[in-house]
Write a protein that binds this ligand. Sequence first.
Ligand code: AMP
Ligand code: ZN
Length: 302
Amino acid sequence: MDMQTSFLDRLFESGLLIDTSVDGLYGRSGQFEDVITAFERLIDKVGGADGAEAMRFPPGMNRAFFEKSGYMKSFPQLAGTVHSFCGSELDHVSLLQCMEVGEDWTKGQEATDIVLTPAACYPLYPTVAKRGNLPKTGGLFDLQSYCFRHEPSKDPARQQLFRMREYVCMGTEEHVTDFRQRWMDRGVEMMKQLGLEVVIDVANDPFFGRGGKMMVNNQRDQNLKFELLIPITSAAKPTACMSFNYHQDSFGLKWDLSLEDGSVAHTACVGFGLERIALALLHHHGLDTVEWPESVRKALWG
Ligand code: AMP
Ligand code: ZN
C-alpha cells in the first residue's frame, strides 16, 4: 500500500476524515475542525493588525464573473459548474426512467448562473472593481471559502472540496510584492512555531494543454508563484500548504481595478490550504491532538 492510501486509511479509521466513497470528498470530525479553527485563529493573530477587510463568499460564484476570469482558458480540467433540472413534466418522466434503468440522467441538466468557486479570491475582484478606484492605501482583503477542483485522488492532501484562507493585496507593484514577501516570512515563522519543517520554492499553476506549457514557463521565469512545502505523504515530493501569487497588473487590467491616481492596480494573493495544514500537523505530531508537543498545542490553543 502506498503512503497516500495508508495515511488516508488511518485518517478514516481514527474518524478524523469521514469516507463518502468519493475520492477527495470527505467529512471531517470535530477534532479535525478544531485544528482548522485554531490555525485560523493563529492566522488572525499574525495578520490581524494589518487591518484587512474581511469578506466571506459562499462556495459558488457568479458564472458570468467566472467566464470573464479566463479560468476555462487555463484550467478547464479543474472547473466545476452547477447544473439543474429545468425541464417539463414530460422531461421529468424521462429523467426518472433514465435513473430507474441506470442510464445517464444528467444530460438534460442545464447550466445555472452559479459555478463552484475555484479559489477564494475569484469572487473578490469584480466586487472591488464595482466600488470604483481604490483608496490611496490600496486594498487588503481577508477571505475564506470552500473551493472546488476536479482532481480526485487517494492522496488525502488532494481534495475536491477544501478550504482556502486568503489575503489579497491591491496597490502598486512595490506595495503588493512587499505584502507577498512579508507573508512568505510569516508563513515560515508560523510553521516553525508549529514544529513543521518547510521549504519555499518557486512553483506554477497546472495550466492545461500544450499552450499551458508556455504559461508555466512564463510564471516560473518571472517568479510569479511561490509555495511553502511541507512533507505529508512523501518526503521527496512535499505538499504545497501555502501559495504566494503575484499577478502583476493582469487582474487589475481584466477587472478594471484602478488606484487613486487612475493607474492600473497590481495584485497579489497569499493562500493557506487549511486541510493541508491540518493534515501536515496530524502527520507530523500524530493523530491525537492531545498528544501533540506542548509548544505546538500552546501556539494553537494558547
Ligand atoms: P493554489 O491556488 O493552487 O495556489 O491553491 C492555494 C492553496 O490551496 C495551495 O497552496 C494548497 O495549500 C491548497 N490547495 C490547492 N489545491 C488543493 C487540493 N486539491 N486539496 C487541498 N488543498 C489544496
Ligand atoms: Zn488568490
